[in-house]
Design a protein around this ligand. Sequence first.
Ligand SMILES: NC(=O)C1=CN([C@@H]2O[C@H](COP(=O)(O)OP(=O)(O)OC[C@H]3O[C@@H](n4cnc5c(N)ncnc54)[C@H](OP(=O)(O)O)[C@@H]3O)[C@@H](O)[C@H]2O)C=CC1
Ligand SMILES: O=C(O)C1=N[C@H](C(=O)O)C[C@H](O)C1
Length: 233
Amino acid sequence: MKIGLFGYGKMGKMIEQIAQGRGHSIVAKIDDPSQDVDYASMDVAIDFSTPEAAFDNITNCFKNKVPVISGTTGWLDKYSQAIKICEDNKSAFIYASNFSLGVNIFFELNKHLAKMMGGLNQYKVAMEEIHHTQKLDAPSGTAITLAEGIIENTKYKNWELEKSNDSTISITSLREGMVPGTHSIAYTSSVDTIEIKHEAHNREGFALGAVIASEWIQGKTGVFSMKDVLNLS
Ligand SMILES: NC(=O)C1=CN([C@@H]2O[C@H](COP(=O)(O)OP(=O)(O)OC[C@H]3O[C@@H](n4cnc5c(N)ncnc54)[C@H](OP(=O)(O)O)[C@@H]3O)[C@@H](O)[C@H]2O)C=CC1
Ligand SMILES: O=C(O)C1=N[C@H](C(=O)O)C[C@H](O)C1
């Protein structure tokens, strides 16, 4: 598979390593909007860039019929616009706030726990995410997906940073050193706490998931998710 990398920072470099280890080649490394892009050379584009750059990177690929795997967070106010451009151009797309197998299992565990806790008014939920100090967005995309999983399955209606009430999930975002990504969810009553946690030890799991998604999307048209790729129910 010939891969174009949009974003050649921490994740772009890790994806290059994993992709080459699986026999793929990197045909472009785009780090700047002024670079010329040879779309015809790519079987797939993998975008791990910045919240400002992602929409243009992704939709330019769709217009050139290049399927896209995107893990960039912080641009999702334009997600539905991107989907329309993908569909109009009969291209293919997978966005995931987190590509690791472990977090995708954690997403399902979170929804299952939320269903069980939904009717128990004595418990209040709170979420914490910890990332490295270079991270541009807060809360993390993964924390937003986790909050959406709780909202789908409980009386909670929205999330906010550091603010909770009966209908609002409080998310605390901490930025410390080189932390690759830690997410925890706690349900607390006056007598106990139930907590679930995912801690990434490095970036390999994110990169491997993105490369597996790139392999999976070959020959497909449409908008998919990591649930489709990993066959999780
Ligand atoms: N979904 C997932 O599983 C994961 C998602 N992420 C997300 O991926 C994104 C990237 O993370 P990370 O690699 O750690 O960040 P980095 O800051 O290390 O890398 C981002 C890269 O994008 C480059 N860039 C800037 N503008 C453009 C542009 N117009 N087109 C292409 N590239 C551009 C930057 O270049 P320069 O430095 O020169 O500005 C930089 O090299 C973030 O949004 C992060 O939240 C991260 C890990 C996992
Ligand atoms: O910026 C990061 O590093 C990460 N970003 C993603 C997010 O915002 O959830 C995924 C992972 O937690 C690492």
